[in-house]
Design a protein around this ligand. Structure first.
Ligand SMILES: [Zn+2]
Length: 232
């Protein structure tokens, strides 16, 4: 019934619902420029058309210099950002701040999936080594294989002989575990210690609400109580 009503509304033409809603949606906008801006904002992850419209109307209320600052920062970001030649972290220079810092231990490489992981580890202020950003993890479902990642440059870094330890700090998922194992196999011919992050009960979590895999790993990775005191 609903189908018939909507098809009649547009002169009985055989159009899809998607097309129909697009027609309805576009008719709301009194300006093509406004619609275009809303379209662009709504392409961003987590931003629906309502939020996009709110953001665009907010910008219209601000001084034009605010919009110029936003547009210029985005353009400069896209044109001038580098990926560090050593670790593939995002950087303003060819070599990132971490790799170029003489105080960092270059013999200790922490392998992470993406730049957000680098930021998360840096925010702990506990890590003094350097990083290697893989650019993803092996995920056949998403068509991501080892060739799409920076594993090759990691093995090159390690084969140069200056690496003491590689810490695998990937997600605790099946894909993360598969990637860890792939890297482990690749690096096994080199004389390098390979470690992985301890997985255990999160701070503040009640034991009864912890899933059985995490709880099982916490038991396997248990530490001496005296050592846990030293880490506090
Ligand atoms: Zn770097």
């Amino acid at each position: 019934m609903a189908n018939k009503v909507k098809k009649l509304l547009i002169d009985g033409n055989d159009v899809t619902f998607e097309h129909y809603f697009r027609l309805m949606d576009s008719s709301k906008y009194t300006s093509k420029l406004l619609e275009r801006a809303v379209n662009e904002f709504s392409k961003l992850p987590g931003v629906g058309r309502k939020t996009a419209l709110r953001l665009v109307l907010h910008l219209l209320k601000q001084d034009i210099s605010e919009s110029e600052a936003l547009a210029n920062s985005l353009l400069e970001l896209r044109k001038e950002i580098h990926h560090c030649k050593i670790c593939h972290n995002i950087s303003d220079q060819e070599i990132c701040q971490v790799c170029s810092n003489p105080a960092r231990d270059r013999s200790l490489i922490c392998v992470v999936e993406n730049i957000r992981d680098v930021m998360a580890i840096e925010s702990t202020q506990q890590y003094t080594g350097v990083y290697h950003v893989l650019g993803g993890i092996i995920s056949p479902m998403d068509g991501i294989g080892p060739a799409n990642l920076t594993v090759g440059s990691l093995t090159q870094r390690v084969s140069s002989g200056n690496t003491r330890e590689v810490i695998l700090a990937l997600s605790a998922t099946m894909e993360g575990d598969a990637t860890n194992f792939f890297i482990y196999r690749k690096l096994s011919e080199h004389q390098v210690k390979i470690t992985t992050l301890a997985r255990g009960v999160a701070v503040g979590n009640e034991l009864e609400f912890t899933d059985e895999i995490t709880l099982g790993r916490s038991l396997i990775n248990r530490t001496l109580f005296e050592e846990s005191l030293r880490k506090i």
